[in-house]
Write a protein of this length. Structure first.
Length: 72
């Protein structure tokens, strides 16, 4: 199993830049960038909630659990 983060897709759909989301959510650009590229090991619920609030989405829109062969 693999956890896939769709932050890049959601940001593109909502036309929100990394810097803009960082300011709105109060998370460093560096940490958001790591999340966007899937290079994180954990995410706090408060962070997840803040991102979902700003992007008007559900956690399942942002995070997906897939088999490793399904990862793109």
């Amino acid at each position: 199993m693999a956890i896939v983060i769709h932050l890049d897709r959601l940001m593109a759909e909502k036309k929100v830049s990394l810097n803009e989301l960082s300011e709105r959510v109060g998370i460093s650009v560096s940490n958001l960038s790591k999340m966007k590229t899937g290079k994180i090991r954990a995410v706090r619920f408060s962070t997840l909630e803040a991102i979902c609030t700003e992007l008007d989405c559900q956690p399942g829109d942002l995070i997906e659990c897939t088999t490793k062969r399904d990862v793109h």
